[in-house]
Design a protein around this ligand. Structure first.
Ligand code: GDP
Ligand code: IMO
Ligand code: MG
Length: 425
């Protein structure tokens, strides 16, 4: 598998970290291509649980090179925190490198994220408040500071002074806040952060292409998910980058020809954190059961994730948007106790049956799910290791989702641990 993309097909937290970790055993390099520390990817190995945000989920494999790609936005303070935590737990992070072209999340980005959310009031997006949106906005405005700027103190200060003048004017005049001084930021970023980050800064595009040219296997790990994509998600309730598989091309610097296998990570039900439309959302005991049994709380923000039934309309759209070659259905075990399980197969919008994702936001807000009711299996699947061991109704459920999405299933998750994964032949 020379070039493999792992992409979320829903609203995030599908279990991307788990599969990336499993596949990282077989690949030479794992590259994060977008997002920042808004991500929270969990890897469970035996009794131990690791939560990574910026660090690629291949980090537990000593032979795998882990690259934070050019499309990622990096808060170095968070990155160092993660590295320290991993090292303290005996994980060797010497194979972790950062693209010199990645943009830096600065202290004012984080502050502006929080203040802008407050300004939006009841229309807030429910961001992770990490400064992700403001950092990507500055990238698009072409006033962002990049990791490579840390290598040149003169340029760093020059660029910072230009942008800080405007940021501090906004902080003072709009929000009545006193912004940071250039000296304070330079002391921290040039004095403390630059020397520590320097050994990890690389020409990531060259590194990735050298690996590909040497016939090595490279995996591109998406953060967030298809319906949080800035272009294809439920705008404005989205993140500020392109998690879709095509985002791997821009965010890592490879052409589409290098993407051979595109694995859509698909939770057996649905969750979403933050605001935004959610046609199959549940407000009852069944939804509470998903949250309780599935531990559906944000890895970073600890927010309760909103639960809902599986939505095939979304999977069909995700298959198109990402050119999925296969799906990994996660968290099947969470459905174990249910006597019946609903799957949304289409929407009713203005009295019409619609089987594709409506492009108009108002239509999505008004969409009424049309459900197919499937029999549950009411038995414990968490120790099943093959498709044959699964109850017949669970197998039928998996195949039904695959048929609805028009994509084959290659893995099924029946628990958080590595070994609780069924490889479908
Ligand atoms: P990511 O952001 O896509 O990497 O997903 P998160 O780590 O935020 O959330 C997924 C959660 O589900 C984590 O706590 C995982 O340990 C857990 N998980 C992943 N796959 C399975 C599974 O098949 N069954 C169960 N019960 N938990 C799973
Ligand atoms: P992983 O990689 C779930 C959501 C936030 C908010 C919106 C915008 O763990 O799946 P942002 O801070 O990015 O500007 O917030 O996106 N969001 C996520 N939801 N999983 C994530 O990451 C998310 N990253 C951002 O809750 O609704
Ligand atoms: Mg997550």
């Amino acid at each position: 598998m020379p070039g493999t993309v792992v992409v979320g097909t829903q609203w995030g937290d599908e279990g991307k970290g788990k599969l990336t970790d499993i596949l990282a055993e077989e690949v030479d390099m794992v590259v994060r291509y977008q997002g920042g520390h808004n991500a929270g990817h969990t890897i469970v190995v035996g009794e131990q649980s690791f939560a990574v945000r910026l660090v690629p989920s291949g980090v537990l494999h000593p032979g795998t090179v882990n690259v934070i790609g050019n499309g990622v936005v990096v808060d170095p303070r968070i990155l160092f925190g993660e590295i320290d935590t991993l090292e303290a737990r005996g994980i060797d992070t010497s194979n972790l490198v950062v693209s010199g072209n990645a943009h830096l999340v600065m202290p004012y980005h984080q502050e502006l994220d929080v203040l802008f959310e407050r300004h939006l009031g009841k229309n807030k997006l429910g961001t992770t408040k990490g400064g992700i949106g403001p950092t990507y906005a500055d990238k698009a405005l072409r006033v962002g500071l990049r990791v490579q700027d840390l290598l040149d103190p003169k340029i760093f200060r020059e660029k910072l002074e230009v942008v800080l003048k405007e940021k501090n004017a906004i902080l003072a005049k709009v929000y009545n806040r006193l912004g940071p001084t250039a000296d304070d930021i330079c002391d921290e970023y040039l004095g403390e952060i630059a020397p520590r980050l320097k050994p990890r800064i690389v020409d990531s595009v060259n590194l990735i292409h050298e690996a590909l040219e040497a016939g090595k296997d490279v995996m591109f790990e998406g953060a967030q998910a298809t319906f949080l994509d800035l272009d294809h998600g439920t705008y404005p309730f989205v993140t500020s980058s392109n998690p879709v598989a095509g985002g791997a091309c821009a965010g890592a610097g490879v052409g589409p020809r290098h993407l051979d296998r595109i694995i859509g990570i698909t939770k057996a039900y649905l969750t979403r954190v933050g605001s935004g439309p959610f046609p199959t959302e549940l407000f009852d005991d069944i939804g509470d059961g998903f949250v309780d049994r599935g531990h559906e709380y944000g890895v970073n923000t600890k927010r309760r994730r909103r639960p809902g039934w599986f939505d095939s309309v979304m999977l069909r759209q995700a298959a198109r948007l990402n050119s999925l070659t296969e799906i990994f259905i996660t968290k099947l075990d969470i459905l174990d106790p249910l006597p019946t399980i609903k799957v949304c197969v289409a929407y009713e919008i203005d009295g019409k049956r619609v089987t594709h994702m409506p492009y108009h936001q108002s239509d999505l807000h008004n969409a009424v799910p049309i459900y197919d009711e499937r029999p549950g299996w009411q038995s414990d699947t968490s120790s099943c290791t093959t498709m044959e061991e699964l109850p017949a109704a669970a197998r039928d459920y998996i195949l039904f989702l695959a048929e609805q999405g028009g994509v084959p299933v290659s893995y099924v998750g029946v628990g958080p641990e590595r070994k609780q994964t069924i490889r479908v032949a």
